[in-house]
Design a protein around this ligand. Sequence first.
Ligand SMILES: Cc1ncc(COP(=O)(O)O)c(C=O)c1O
Length: 386
Amino acid sequence: MKIDTKLTKISRNVKKQKGFINPGIYKGSTMIFDNFEDYINDIKNDDDRSTLYGINKNPSVEQLEKGISILYNCHDTIIAPSGLAALVIPFFAFLKKNDEVLINDTVYSPTRTFCEKILKNYGVKIKYFHPIKNIKNFAKNINKKTKLIFLESPGTATFEILDIPLITKIAKKNNIPTVLDNTWASPLFCNPIKLGINIIIDAGTKYINGHSDVLIGFVSSDKKHSKEIRITSKTLGMCPGSEEVYLALRGIPTLNLRMKQIEKNTLNLANKLLLHPLIDKVYHPALPNFPNHQIWKRDFTGSSGLFAFSLKKKFSHKSIEKFYKKLKIFKLGYSWGGFESLITFPPLSKRTFKSEVKGNLIRVYCGLEDSQDQINDILNALKVLK
Ligand SMILES: Cc1ncc(COP(=O)(O)O)c(C=O)c1O
C-alpha cells in the first residue's frame, strides 16, 4: 500500500466507529467494569499503568498510538500532552543519579533547559557534543557512566545534520539507548529505526496535527525500550487531551499532501534567498552546499518547512523590527508545522560551542500559502535593510 493510501487507512476503523469515517472523542476518567471478576483481575495488575482508568485506556488514544507506531515502524507509542512533555520521558526512564547523558549542542532549547534546570538537580551530568566537528571521534565522548544519548537532527535554528548511523553504531556497541527528536522530518521524511535509533520523539503539535490548534507529543520505541517508556509515562501521569487526540487523528490523512507542498514552498524560498546580496548563509540541509548535505541525502527522503538564513552583518534591533513590520504573510510566532508561515529570530547564546553565524539569524517556517507570495513577502521586507 502506497503512503497516501496508508495514511487514509491507519488509525481508523469504520465498523468500530459505527460507520463514521473519523474516530469519536472519548472523554473521562472513570471507566466502569463489566463485572466484579474483571475488577479483581485489574487489582492483580498491581500497578496504575495498565489499570482500567482514563489515563491508561481510551479507544481513540489507542488508535492514534497504533497509527504512529505503524508510521515509525515501532513496537509501541505513548502520547504526551505536548512535544516537550514527550521528550522528557526517556530522560526519566533511563537515567539515575551519577549517570551521564550525551546531547548534541544544537538541541531544541527547552530540551537543554529541562536538562539544566531539572535533570542536573537529580545528579545527572549533561555533556554536549558538537553536531559535526570531531564526530569521527564520537566514541571518545562515552564513558562507563554514559547511559543515554539524546539527538536532534537537523539541529534547532542552524539545521546541522548528524551522522546518526555512526552514533547509533557506537551506542549499540556500548549498550546505550539512543533517542532522536525527529519532529522536523516527521515519519514521512526519516525512518529513525532504520538508522539504528531506539526511541523517537515527535512533537505532533507540528506536522502530524498540521493546523496549529493542538499540543501533543509522541514517544515511539523499539521492543527493547517500550516497556520502560510506557511505565515511566504512565507513572508520571502523562495523558493527552481527547480533543487533541481527535484532531491529531484528523491530521494524518493529509500529512503527505501537506508535507510535499511545504517542502516545495520551502525549497523555492531557500533557493531564492541563496542569491540575495544581503544574505550570508542559508541553513537548509537539502541545499547542495550545506554541510553534511550528503548525509541528509543518504538518511532522509525529503525536507520540511523550517530553515534559517543569516545576514552578512549585524543589524540593530530597530532595523530588524522594521524588516518584521514589512512582512504581510510571515507572522512572528513560535512553533511551526501549520498552514501559516512564521518567522522568529532565534538566539544561540546558550550553546556550549560558539556559533559561527556572522550577522542576524532569521528562522522561517514556510506554510501553505502561495509560494510566490511567500517569496515576495520576504524579498520585499529585506528591502528595508541597508
Ligand atoms: C524540535 C522540537 N522538538 C520538540 C518541540 C516541542 O513541541 P511542543 O511545542 O509540542 O512542546 C519543539 C517545539 O517547537 C521542537 O521544535
